[in-house]
Design a binder for this molecule. Structure first.
Ligand SMILES: NC(=O)c1ccc[n+]([C@@H]2O[C@H](COP(=O)([O-])OP(=O)(O)OC[C@H]3O[C@@H](n4cnc5c(N)ncnc54)[C@H](O)[C@@H]3O)[C@@H](O)[C@H]2O)c1
Length: 257
């Protein structure tokens, strides 16, 4: 039997990158997958490719989130993956506008609140479920020049733990994957396409495995956490970053600061 047979999995930000590979693997493992993403063109194509349902959704908007949850009926697996690393807007705290701060908090953090708020009652009715949240290396260590992002990811790690403590009694497990350096459009935008980024130095001095990770590697962790294979795992933060956050070198800081 496939590992998600008979389950409905809601994947946010599944149009591309890590979310897409997660959705693809969930579908291959028998889940009925619903992708919720703001990018309708890519989302429709992604859903078609893997036999999923697509719902256009800005994850920061309550009405959109409620419609995505309604499209599922019961949500057995909630994969809170959507997020933005907003190059040119997010920054050192004193350089971020209040509007940009609010937007990053809404997309990355309020979304987790909204999806959990509306999906958990369906899980309780069904007798259980699995929530997989998405942190980042920015939740484990201080990373310069993305303070709004960092604040959201740290909060998601803590929210994971409180949800795990509160809803475990209903058979709902909540866990979090904290990736870094996974080769996706976001990663390319935030690192290799950034002119101040020294890729050779990053891989050599920051990344013990000396390579980028792949979205497929994260998808396998998401599948484990989504499925009954992880039936006694609740409140875990699975760090999947090739060892970046156990390494103390600060090569990403500009040399003039
Ligand atoms: N790639 C990495 O190395 C890395 C590292 C740490 C954390 N993460 C986290 O993993 C998750 C996925 O990252 P990725 O690299 O695949 O990113 P990505 O930018 O390649 O994909 C993100 C997806 O989220 C969607 N999205 C963005 N804003 C949205 C909104 N308001 N409503 C609905 N959908 C929205 C995008 O359309 C896109 O499909 C994010 O939460 C990110 O913070 C990634």
């Amino acid at each position: 039997m496939k590992r998600l047979e008979g389950k409905t999995a809601l994947v946010t930000g599944g149009a591309q990158g890590i979310g897409f590979e997660g959705a693809k693997l969930f579908a291959a493992e028998g889940a009925r997958v619903v992708i919720a993403d703001i990018n309708a063109e890519k989302g429709e194509a992604a859903a078609k490719e893997i036999g999923a349902t697509f719902v256009t959704c800005d994850v920061s908007k309550s009405a959109d989130v409620q419609a995505a949850v309604a499209a599922c009926g019961t949500v057995d697996v909630l994969y809170n993956n959507a997020g933005i690393f907003w190059v040119g807007h997010d920054n050192r705290l004193t350089e971020i506008s209040e509007e940009d701060w609010d937007r990053v908090i809404a997309v990355n953090l309020k979304s987790v609140f909204l999806f959990a708020k509306y999906a958990i009652p369906t899980m309780i009715k069904a007798g259980g479920g699995s929530i997989v949240n998405t942190g980042s290396s920015a939740a484990q260590i201080g990373i310069p020049d993305c303070d709004a992002y960092t604040a959201t990811k740290g909060a998601i790690v803590q929210l994971t733990k409180s949800l795990a403590a509160e809803y475990g009694r209903y058979g709902i497990r909540t866990n979090c994957i904290s990736p870094a350096a996974i080769m996706t459009p976001m990663m390319r935008q935030s690192n290799p396409e950034n002119s101040s980024f020294d890729e050779e130095r990053f891989l050599k001095l920051r990344t013990p495995l000396r390579r980028y990770g792949t979205p497929e590697e994260i998808a396998k962790i998401a599948l484990f956490l989504a499925s009954d294979e992880s039936s006694y795992v609740n409140g875990a933060i699975v760090v999947a970053d090739g060892g970046i956050t156990i390494n103390g070198d600060l090569s990403k800081i500009d040399s003039d600061r």
